[in-house]
Ligand binder design. Structure first.
Ligand code: AMP
Ligand code: MG
Length: 411
């Protein structure tokens, strides 16, 4: 299959070839960012017992309906103390700390700020209604509650909730292991001297970092020259050890561009190659490889194209494999803070933009040079602006953006 297709068509085709990975049990400490594969039902209540939400005095609300009132202090309960045997009788109070169990007989807690200690007595200066400053068992979570549905992405608060329930292991979709290989005779890895005609490999470190940021497990597959057999070896191996593979470079129509032919050879009927109606990121190859139908994304080599193409195709597909339901970033309306003009060419243009949250909502402007080799403007950007085919937008008009880094929205 070939020819000019829309981003949506190519993405639909890719997604239809990907499946969520088989669920696994992981310790709670490894579950951050993973997606639940089945509902989680609580086996216990949180809080587990009636406890005080304030430092103060546990008492009987009926005793202090008229304030001020003096009560006899019959004990002290710290957080963690066993309250068994302690009883608050009529005209009595127990000194109590936040989180300590409310003793038998008491039905309210008066804040210490509204009391005055007087030897073995306490003067309660304010009336307190029944239930005041008392947290009931199960007020957060009752035993038997479905706390999280299947398909929930586990964030820090989720991890806290599961810890509060004593959950030690969770059934989740595993973190996809994604291999990354660079192709190109011109590439040099690392910091050595650059021989004439050579450049440094920036795509592989950039993609590995991107994968980590997105919550996947990056696997460095190294670098191969523009030579089909070496690439085929790497891909055949990676198809067994990784859940997905990303290559960059060698996917266009140059004489040495061999990714397409290698994927044709290894993937057979599954291999696809498109000219996508988008800029940057036009050439794109995809196949699944035996024995496990491992998806392989053949991304273009220009550094900006690589990362944009990753956003368009690889990221949503790997999210699907990780069990996520929301695959794409939300497209948010922003105000163009400067002109973003373009020529009609039948393609969607994705402009590297700085997006800031201002008084009028989101505002966006180009972050620098827009050549697909100018990676610095992508580093300076925290978003991509969508300019559909046409003349672009002028300052003050609306433009849709993907925010790539929410933390950099602050002015
Ligand atoms: P290609 O898609 O192989 O034709 O490469 C397009 C452009 O991207 C060429 O200028 C390559 O030198 C450059 N390029 C390819 N791979 C990399 C890489 N891993 N790091 C930096 N630049 C690259
Ligand atoms: Mg190349």
């Amino acid at each position: 299959m070939s020819g000019l297709v829309t981003v949506e068509e190519a993405r639909r085709s890719v997604l239809s070839s990907c499946r969520p990975l088989g669920p696994v049990q992981v310790p709670l400490s490894d579950a951050l960012g993973l997606v639940t594969a089945r509902p989680i039902v609580s086996g216990e209540a949180v809080p587990p017992f009636t406890n005080s939400s304030m430092d103060g005095y546990a008492l009987r609300a009926g005793d202090v309906a008229v304030a001020p009132t003096r009560l006899r202090v019959v004990g002290v309960l710290m957080a963690g103390d066993d309250p068994s045997g302690m009883v608050v009788g009529e005209g009595e109070a127990v000194r109590i700390m936040t989180g300590a169990a409310v003793p038998e007989g008491a039905d309210a807690v008066c804040m210490v700020e509204h009391t005055r200690a007087q030897g073995g007595w306490v003067l309660v200066e304010e009336a307190v209604g029944p239930g005041t400053n008392v947290r009931r068992p199960g007020e957060d979570i009752a035993a038997g509650d479905e706390v999280f549905a299947a398909g929930e992405s586990l964030g820090p608060a989720h991890i806290g909730v599961l810890a509060s329930l004593g959950v030690a292991r969770v059934e989740v979709f595993p973190r996809p292991r994604v291999g990354v290989v660079s192709t190109g005779d011109e590439l040099v890895a690392g910091a050595g001297r650059l021989a004439p005609g050579k450049i440094r490999d920036s795509n592989r470190p950039g993609l590995l970092a991107r994968l980590r940021t997105d919550g996947f497990e990056p696997v460095d597959l190294g670098w191969v020259g523009d030579e089909g057999e070496a690439l085929a070896d790497v891909l055949v191996n990676a198809a067994r050890t990784c859940d997905a593979v990303i290559s960059s470079g060698g996917v266009s129509v140059g004489d040495r561009d061999m990714v397409k032919s290698v994927l044709d050879e290894l993937g057979g009927q599954q291999a696809r190659w498109w000219q996508v109606a988008v800029r940057p990121g036009k050439p794109f190859a995809f196949s699944t490889l035996p024995p496990r139908s491992t998806p392989v994304f053949g991304l273009p080599g220009n550094p900006v194209s690589t990362l944009v193409s990753y956003e368009l195709f690889a990221r949503p597909a790997v999210r699907l494999m990780a069990g996520h339901h929301s695959l794409e970033r939300p497209r948010l309306p922003a105000l163009a803070a400067s002109d973003m003009r373009r020529q009609p060419d039948g393609r969607l243009h994705l402009v590297r933009v700085t997006v800031k949250a201002g008084p009028r909502g989101l505002e966006a402007w180009p972050s620098g040079g827009q050549g697909s080799h100018q990676l610095r403007a992508l580093a300076a950007a925290n978003g991509l602006a969508f300019l559909p085919d046409g003349e672009g937008v002028t300052a003050g008009e609306q433009v849709d953006v993907w925010v790539l880094d929410v933390d950099r929205l602050s002015p």
